[in-house]
Design a binder for this molecule. Structure first.
Ligand code: FES
Length: 211
């Protein structure tokens, strides 16, 4: 699958409605596409371009800027092991090698069943908790090889499904915003005021900022 599913199109339309300009929704829409397929395919970028009224090249320009957006398939669980200095000093590299052996892959690749992608990463800003890793960008601190094994077992068995969703992103693409608090789309050149501003101005006559 690459284009958004009908269910995700509904979510995308809700996301777009939060912004004064459809294209302002591009980042959360990219997260949504990645959550669906685990990466952002060319077809998905074309679909997003249609939804927000820009060119696929503009979508690619944004997508390719951010390292967290993947343009090649990755596993359901992206395991990032830090081997920078603090982690290196207390076993980060040994932890990475342990996981390579356990998964039967080298860092930078994906298990044949598509469940795990293993990456060797630079500092992930949890140096006081070294050695550490992330799974789908959720932190795990002071990880021993035994704890890493238990974590992989839990993930395979689905025991962490709520805490660590497959292909899960951290962006809150599913947050619910009441209709009256959404920005509403304005056609460029026809109105520079978002809907909430016009509504507030009409409602209290205080210049639109409310209280
Ligand atoms: S060196 Fe590993 S988190 Fe900073």
């Amino acid at each position: 699958m690459a284009r958004l599913s009908p269910a995700n199109v509904g979510i995308a339309e809700e996301i777009i409605s939060r912004y004064p300009r459809p294209k302002s929704a591009l980042i959360p829409l990219l997260h949504l596409a990645q959550e669906q397929d685990g990466y952002i395919a060319d077809d998905a970028m074309e679909h997003l371009a249609e939804l927000v009224g820009i060119t696929p090249a503009e979508v690619l320009g944004t997508c390719s800027f951010y390292e967290m957006f993947k343009r090649e398939p990755v596993g359901q669980y992206l395991v990032n092991v830090c081997t920078n200095i603090s982690c290196l000093l207390v076993g980060g590299e040994e932890l990475l090698h342990h996981l390579e052996q356990r998964l039967g892959i080298h860092a930078g690749s994906t298990t044949p069943d598509g469940v795990f992608t293993l990456e060797d990463v630079e500092c992930i800003a949890a140096c006081t908790e070294a050695p550490c890793l992330q799974v789908n960008y959720r932190y795990h601190h002071q990880v021993t090889p035994e704890a890493a094994d238990a974590l992989l077992d839990d993930l395979r068995a689905g025991r962490r499904a709520t805490e660590i969703p497959k292909h899960g992103v951290l962006a809150r693409v599913r947050q619910q915003i009441p209709a009256e608090q959404r920005a509403g789309n304005a056609v460029p050149g026809q109105s520079e005021e978002p809907v909430w501003l016009r509504t507030a101005a009409a409602g209290n006559g205080d210049g639109g900022q409310g209280s």
